[in-house]
Structures are given as C-alpha cells and as structure tokens.
Design a protein around this ligand. Structure first.
Ligand code: NAI
Length: 723
C-alpha cells in the first residue's frame, strides 16, 4: 500500500503494478484535490521504484472507472480563480505524463463508465481495454457542459486519430460511446467480457510489449491526416454536423470555438506546449458564465431525475407492465417505440388495423437505422418489435395498467376513445393524455376516474426528445402524479410537473418566441435577419421555419379558443402583433406552413424547405427599416423569460428547476443560458438589470414586455430566483 489516499498500489511478484482508483470518501472517483495529491505520489513512487516495475495497470474498485472533474468545485471558479484552475489541471496532467513516459507499458483496464477525466486517464495509457458492460459509456462530453477536456483530452485525441476525427467523433459533439462503438471508432483497443479476462489481457499486453510507448512519443511521429500550416484551416474543416455549424454561427457558445482553436493550435506544437494551450483555453471556459449555467442545468436535470423533486412523497414506486397507446399517428408511434424500448408491453390501437400497423412500422424504421449503424442487434430488434401489438380491437387492451392517448386534438374524440376502453383495461389503470393544447381538467370530465387522469406531454420526435411535461388537472390525485413520474423515468426521460393551463408551460412559452419572430415580419424587418437573430441568440431552430413546421393555423385555433375562454371568464384579451401577420399569411396568401406546401418558406415537391418566400419582402418588409440586432435577439429571449415569470405567478410552474430544465430540453431555449430563469438571474446587472431592459423593450416594442410586479418586487429586494 502506498501513502496515496485515492489510489491503491498493488504490486505482484512479477513486477506488475495495479493502480486501483478507489476514493474512500465518494461513491465515484473524481479529479478532486485528493486525487491530485495521490496521482503525484504515485508518479513519485513509480519513478523511485522503476527498476522493480515491469508494467502498470489502471483500474477501479468502483462501479464506474472514473467520473471526471468535480463539477461542484468547477462551478465555484470565478475569473479571479483563473490561476488556481490553471494550476490544478496542470499538476494532474504532469503526473499522468510522468507515468505515461516512465518507460514501462501502461494499460487502462476500463471496468465501467469512463467519461471526461476518466477517459483522459485511459488516454494517458498505452493500451486501453474496456469491459463490455451494459450501460457503460466512454467519451469526452465536456462540450455539453460548456467546457473542454483539459486533462490532456484534446492533445491526445488529436494525436491519436487526427484533428478532423478527434473533433467530429469525440470533442465537438461530446458523444458517449458504448464499449463496442468505442472500439469501432478507435477510442479503445480491445474489449473484454469479464473483469478477469480484462486483467489477463492487460498482463498479456505488458508481457508482449515491454518497451511500449505512446505513438506520439516515438521519434518521427506524425499526426494522422496532417496538421494545418495555418490556423485558418479550422474554418475549412470538412463535414461539420449541421447543428455545430449553427452553434458556431455567432451563437454564444464559447466551448466549441475554444476546442477547435485548441485542437488546431495544439497540433502545431510539441506535446508539452499543447498541454499548456489546452489548460489556457479550459481556464477561460471554466471561469466564465456559460459553463456555470450549463453545469447548473446539468444539476437541475439530476435533481429532477434522481431526487424525484416533483414527485409526491410517500407513495410506493410502481412500474408499468403493459401500456395501451391510443392513436398510432406521429406521436403515438413514437410513444409506442419509447415504451417498448424500455421493456414495456405495448398495445398500439388505431381506428383500422392498417393504421395501427403503420404505427408499428415506424419502430421498424428506427430499428433498421439503428441496426445499420451498429447501435442494436438483430436479436434486440426482434425482441423490441415483439413487444408492440398493433390492433383496432379494444378487447386487446385487457390487462393494460396504463393508457397514453394520442388521437387527434379534439376534446369529444378524446372523451370517446377513453369511454370505449375504460371497462377493458385494469380497473386502476393510469389514464394519460398527450394533448398539446387542451386543458387536462376538461378532458378529465370525460372519464369515470378523473383522479387517475393526467397529462403526459411528449415532444416530437419522441424517440429523441428527452423531456416529458406532466400536467396535473384540478382533480388529479397524488398517486397519479407519482405513477406518471415513475412511468416517465421508466422510459428514461426527464419529467417536469406543472399545473393545468392553456398550453401548459412549454407550448405557452414557446408560443411567445414564435409570436415575437412573426411580429417582426409585421413591423417590416428583413426576414433573413430574423432567422439570423434566432440562430445567434443560440436557438436550435430558426423562428420562421419553426412556425412553418408547426403550421400557422395552429396558433390561430389556439388563439380563438383562448380568447373565448378569456371572454367567458371576463378577463381582458390583448391582440398580439403576430396575429395580423398569421391571418394575412393564411387568408390572403394561402400559406399555412410546411404541411400545406407553403409558408414563410417555399417547399419543393418532396416537402423539403427551399428559400424564404420572396413575397414576405414584397408584402411586409420596409426597405431601410432596421432595428438593432441585439434587440431582435433579446425580444425573443425576453418574451419567453417574462412569460415564464407569469407562469410562476399563476402557479402553472411550481419550481425554478422545472422551468430551467423544461425550457432547454423541451422547447429549445438556448442551452448557454442554463435555462429560462437562469437567464434572468444571470442577466447583466442581475434582476434590476433585467427589469430595466424589459422596460426599455416595452417602451420600444409594446406592453407585452412590461415586467410583472412580482419580478420588480424581487429585483427591489435584491433577490434572485431559487427553489
Ligand atoms: P396524428 O394525426 O399523426 O395521429 C392521430 C392518430 O389518431 C391517427 O393515426 C388517427 O387515425 C388516430 N385516431 C383517430 N381517431 C381514433 C380513434 N377513435 N381511436 C384510435 N385512434 C384514432 O396526430 P399526432 O401529431 O400524433 O398528435 C396526436 C396527439 O398528440 C394530439 O393530441 C396532439 O395535440 C398531441 N401532440 C402532438 C405533438 C406534435 O408535435 N405533433 C406534440 C405533442 C402532443
């Protein structure tokens, strides 16, 4: 045993040293202060006892190999801590480098997840063997938290696979690979089926390669694919995924830009200098606001998922065995797939057997794609498909302990389909509707057990979108909320829980963003500038193209229904300047959006989006009319933030974490902000700064930007939003 506290040194009689990562104070190993000290002590000892050592194997005693940097430490680093951030990373890297260049073979026996810092330790080893354990993930996801891998991750992946592959496969998307895919993509050298096999393979490598070195430490080594002679090579890197281009398109995401610069600059200097460049770019990111926001959002997600924050207390967890999905259209088909993927039996019902079968065929399509990319096997594909039973016969729903309804958006139809099945399913089955706009309380009137009735709002495409918004009706019971929460977790999605209201939280707030973009058309702003403003604000979808996808007739329908409801309640109704634009688009120009073949954009015969419709300029734009670009971006961001405050005031939202996580995961609020309420908290000048800016926008663009009284009061009290 050595004096080190988080790494155990075990040496056998043949001279093989196994370094067992095992932090006694935490359930997972992280790059904390104790690790920094331990790895330095290990490097000292290895150098001192070099002559008795034949090789080194890194492995871990935890379920995961190594979890990476300690985010709780990182989130506290401010610009004045730049030197500390720089030094800590540098010391760990120096220790790993000493072990890497000791002159002995070094092997990583990766026994579980190795993400971020964990994979960086493995990269410092000459040979990487991964245990093919289910659920195990390998990669460098730092970019998704606004950071870059600064434990040598950029420097070594660039030298391992070349600049383009390192950027595209590992660094810029932060892809988390299964062991098999990590092998296919060159992140590890071999797999092992059991821990014993893994350690045997590690020994075999040491026996066969007593003189082993990293490729980059062999004289004459060249980076695969070559290096750019000047940094502008970065701009010409081939084949960037479309969403990254969008991120780099002026949107305030510093991490991808820093990673790009770091990879390119680091490829042109020696290894040690590259490590220093990496530390500089990392320090800039970790002390900045964006990484803090993104790390905070990550914690909100963990809270929502692990702590079950919004789940009523004291109710036994339950698992769904067999679910009825009513309606096999776009949403129903996606919901059926997500449930079957989680191991739940699915009965997929539509009006005709053909329609139901078509819904099941959607799962086949997704699985065929996954199969062709090596993400699933024939056997798993067959197993999943066997779980989905398409039908037009209500009798097949016998034994279902949950129902998710996804038929057309029509209250009386929804009432009817629940009535048809309520005597066939289990007597206490959970009753869910995937409505996107109809109040849950009203829908619950059509079932015999409103206490078990709840909204389960999925997002399209269901298989990809991580969020589900759970909506409580007036009569929904706590038991139903807990069961809905458990079901969402069972299918591996993130739940937020909100109270009933028109459009709930997500549809209502995204509506503000869209309305703001459309209103600018009415004012005469150049359409391309509006799209560009959305992209530069960091939205994943441009505003006019999003409106086209959703169809222009939808907001009209919602507007008319909401107005009727307001008038019935005697509440004041204010027109939005977007309304007139939408009316003209639909009534005068016959352009209802993509599904109608024409909208703000033109579409080709296959329905593919072409250019912005030139008629927009002709009929709306005022040549020479300009508003500041910053105003355009902030009108979009503020419209959503202010309506979120109103959702809190009205009790639609009951938690700040739900607002933040729901806004990023559900409706594309820019991730760099850390979420819609974090955007207000983090605005320049804090809440008073936000209020002052909202007032400016209200003076210039309309009363809808007037800050709510609750926000003003909070700002005056010097508070920020917190749960
Ligand atoms: P869709 O039009 O693609 O599918 C509706 C399906 O319901 C059709 O296959 C239809 O044959 C079936 N259906 C109609 N009457 C039926 C009955 N009596 N029994 C069984 N099936 C019946 O519609 P989509 O887009 O899948 O929407 C379904 C629901 O999901 C709607 O309430 C919608 O508001 C909601 N939603 C839609 C989202 C979207 O992005 N499209 C997002 C979230 C919710």
């Amino acid at each position: 045993m050595s004096e080190s506290t988080t790494i155990r040194w075990e040496q056998d009689e043949t001279g093989v040293v196994t370094l067992i990562l095992d932090d006694p104070n935490q359930s997972a190993n992280t790059m904390n202060q104790a690790f920094k000290d331990s790895i330095a002590a290990i490097a000292d000892r290895a150098e001192a006892e070099k002559d008795s050592i034949r090789g080194i194997v890194f492995t871990s005693a935890k379920k995961t190999f190594f979890a990476g940097g300690d985010l709780k430490d990182m989130i506290r680093l401010r610009p004045e801590h730049a030197q500390i951030a720089f030094d800590t990373g540098t010391e760990i890297k120096r220790s790993l480098r000493r072990i890497e260049t000791l002159g002995k073979p070094v092997v990583a026996a990766v026994n579980g997840a190795a993400l971020g810092g964990g994979y960086e330790i493995a990269l410092a080893c000459h040979h990487r063997i991964a245990l093919d354990a289910p659920g195990s993930k390998i990669g460098l996801p730092e970019v998704t938290l606004g950071l870059l891998p600064a434990g040598g991750g950029v420097t070594r992946t660039v030298r391992l696979m070349g600049i383009a592959d390192a950027l595209l496969k590992v660094l810029l998307q932060g892809t988390q690979y299964t062991p098999q895919r990590a092998l296919d993509n060159g992140l590890v050298h071999e797999l092992a089926a059991t821990p014993e096999e893994m350690l045997a393979k590690a020994r075999a490598f040491i026996d066969a390669n007593p003189e082993s070195k990293q490729p980059w430490d062999v004289p004459g080594y060249k980076i695969p694919g070559g290096t750019p002679s000047n940094p502008r090579f970065a701009a010409n890197l081939p084949a960037f995924p479309a969403n990254l281009k969008k991120q780099l398109n002026g949107a305030p995401y510093p991490a991808p830009r820093n990673i790009l610069a770091c990879a390119v600059e680091g490829s042109q200097v020696d290894f040690e200098t590259a490590l220093t460049i990496e530390a500089r770019y990392f320090t800039e990111l970790v002390t900045g606001q964006t990484a803090k926001n993104m790390i905070q959002a990550f914690f909100f997600d963990l809270q929502a998922v692990n702590a079950g924050r919004s789940r009523p207390q004291g109710i036994e967890p339950r698992q769904v065995r067999k679910v009825a999905v009513l309606g096999a259209g776009m949403m129903g088909a996606g919901i059926a797939y997500s449930c079957a993927r989680a191991g739940i039996e699915v009965v997929l019902k539509d009006v005709t057997a053909e329609a139901a079968a078509k819904g099941k065929a959607y799962s086949e399509k997704l699985l065929d794609k996954a199969l062709s990319r090596g993400r699933t096997t024939e056997a798993k594909r067959a197993e999943l498909l066997a779980r989905i039973t398409p039908t037009a016969d209500a009798a097949d729903l016998a034994g279902c302990d949950a129902v998710i309804e996804a038929v057309f958006e029509d209250t009386s139809l929804k009432h009817k389909v629940f009535q048809e099945i309520q005597d066939v399913i289990e007597p206490d089955a959970l009753l869910c509707s995937n409505t996107s706009t109809l109040p849950i309380t009203g829908l619950a009137e059509g079932v015999s057990r409103p206490v078990d009735f709840i909204g389960l709002h999925f997002f399209s495409p269901v298989d990809k979108m991580p969020l589900v918004e759970i909506i409580k009706g007036e009569r929904t019971g706590d038991e139903a909320i807990a069961r809905a929460f458990d079901l969402v977790r069972q299918i591996n999605k993130t739940p937020i829980v909100v109270n009933d209201s028109r459009g709930f939280f997500t549809s209502r707030v995204i509506g503000q963003f869209i309305n703001e973009g459309v209103a600018m058309i009415g004012e005469g702003v150049e359409p391309a500038s509006i799209e560009q403003a959305a992209a530069q604000a960091g939205y994943p979808a441009k505003v006019l193209s999003l409106m086209d996808e959703l169809t222009l007739t939808l907001p009209r329908k919602i507007r008319n229904e909401t107005r009727k409801a307001f008038e019935a309640q005697g509440k004041a109704w204010a027109e939005h300047p977007a309304d007139a634009v939408i009316d003209r688009m639909v009534d005068e120009f016959g352009r209802p959006g993509r599904s109608g073949g024409a909208g703000f954009y033109e579409y080709d015969e296959a329905g593919k989006r072409a250019r912005i419709w030139p008629g927009l300029r002709e009929h709306f734009a005022k040549p020479g009319y300009e508003i500041p670009f910053e105003d355009m971006k902030e009108r979009m961001l503020f419209s959503e933030a202010l309506d979120t405050v109103r959702c809190l005031d009205e009790g639609v939202l009951t938690s700040i974490a739900d607002a933040n996580i729901g806004s990023i995961m559900g409706i594309g609020f820019p991730a760099w902000t850390g979420g819609v309420i974090q955007y207000i908290n983090g605005y320049e000048g804090g809440l008073p700064g936000f209020v002052a800016r909202a007032r400016e926008l209200a003076d210039a663009y309309g009363e809808r930007f007037t800050p709510p009284a609750s926000l003003i009061a909070k700002a005056e009290r010097g508070e920020t939003y917190a749960d």
